[in-house]
Design a protein around this ligand. Structure first.
Ligand SMILES: *Cc1c(COP(=O)(O)O)cnc(C)c1O
Length: 333
């Protein structure tokens, strides 16, 4: 089925800009680096989940829901964007949150995304680390149904095939922008966690039969996720688009070694990347996702993975509110 036939509610400012990064490219000695500004999707500080929510909230509306339930960590960007989408569309929003990162800054449990979730009028259900959040969402849905409400569960990260359609659409949008600028897209680099962004981009590139390499930087410290979670989701998303096959092996890759000790735990290379991009381009990344993805990109450039004249696009997936949850990391330079 063509993408335009899926129900979709407009939530994002699209197309997001595609901008060159000339000073960063010069500092690194090539390739030609560009940034796709999905931090500028517009909804409550933006980020990549808004594209997924255009399809997921439409599915909730079709289902007759009056409430959306989703889950994440205390500093989840997905949860914040879902709360904003719900507010905007007039749904109630119930959030299952768990402390999945042991980070000692007091701001981690007060500021950043968590502060915004409260402001956006979501109801928060706080759980300790290690909670089975999917099971908790099911329990909550049962309780709400017993009260006569009609809940719709959005999975963690918005990463099912429906949500991933948002990034299939983003791949088409990006390729059209590259063509307009006469830019031959050689590689696309982004942060990968729940996998919907990756699955959508890969399915979209497959739909176009485009040769760009898709380099997904693992921020979860989970190299097994490619086979277990990400590729099955690519196939499911591609199937929704009517594709029987996906691109050949080697077209996409999970880039490991940049997550440090685990999800949400800062690394020295992340700090260097966030500071370098701020200093050279006036562009703010985040400590959990785009900072680690940029650290991965910088390491690949330094290792000679790209030609000097290659065009490489970095997808800025947002997450900047989390900068305020990690004040001690950036207190000194
Ligand atoms: C969720 C998120 C990602 C990862 O996207 P997935 O689709 O979950 O893999 C990357 N960057 C930011 C800022 C995010 O919030």
């Amino acid at each position: 089925m063509p993408l335009s036939d899926f129900p979709r509610l407009p939530l994002a400012h699209l197309p997001t800009p595609l901008e060159p990064l000339p000073r960063l490219s010069a500092e690194l000695g090539g390739p030609r680096l560009y940034v796709k500004r999905d931090d500028c999707t517009g909804l409550a500080f933006g980020g990549n989940k808004t594209r997924k929510l255009e399809f997921l909230m439409a599915a909730a509306q079709r289902d007759g829901a009056d409430t959306v339930i989703t889950a994440g960590g205390l500093q989840s960007n997905h949860v914040r964007q879902t709360a904003a989408a719900a507010a905007r569309l007039g749904f109630a929003c119930e959030l299952v949150l768990s402390r999945n990162v042991e980070w000692s800054d007091a701001a981690y449990g007060e500021s950043g995304n968590l502060q915004l979730d409260r402001l956006l009028d979501a109801r928060l259900h706080l759980h300790p680390g290690g909670t089975d959040r999917a099971a908790e969402m099911d329990h909550l849905a049962e309780r709400l149904r017993a009260e006569g409400r009609h809940p719709y569960i959005i999975p963690i990260g918005g990463s099912n095939a429906t949500g991933s359609l948002g990034y299939a659409a983003a791949a088409l949008e990006l390729v059209a922008q590259c063509e307009e600028l006469d830019l031959r897209l050689g590689a696309l680099v982004h942060a990968c966690s729940s996998g919907g962004t990756f699955a959508g981009l890969e399915a979209g590139l497959a739909k176009l039969d485009h040769p760009a390499r898709l380099l997904a930087v693992d921020v979860n410290a989970d190299p097994a996720a490619m086979q277990e979670d990400y590729l099955p989701l690519v196939r499911e998303t591609a199937a929704l688009l009517g594709l029987e096959t996906i691109r050949p092996d080697g077209s996409c890759e999970l880039v490991n070694g940049h997550a440090g000790e685990g999800y949400g735990l800062p690394t020295a290379a992340m700090k260097e990347a966030v500071q370098m991009v701020a200093r050279l381009e006036g562009l703010l990344l985040d400590p959990v996702y785009s900072g680690k993805a940029m650290a991965g990109l910088i390491a690949m450039v330094r290792a000679g993975r790209f030609g000097k004249d290659d065009s490489v696009v970095f997808l800025h997936s947002g997450g900047t509110p989390a900068l305020f949850a990690y004040p001690s990391v950036f207190a000194s330079s």
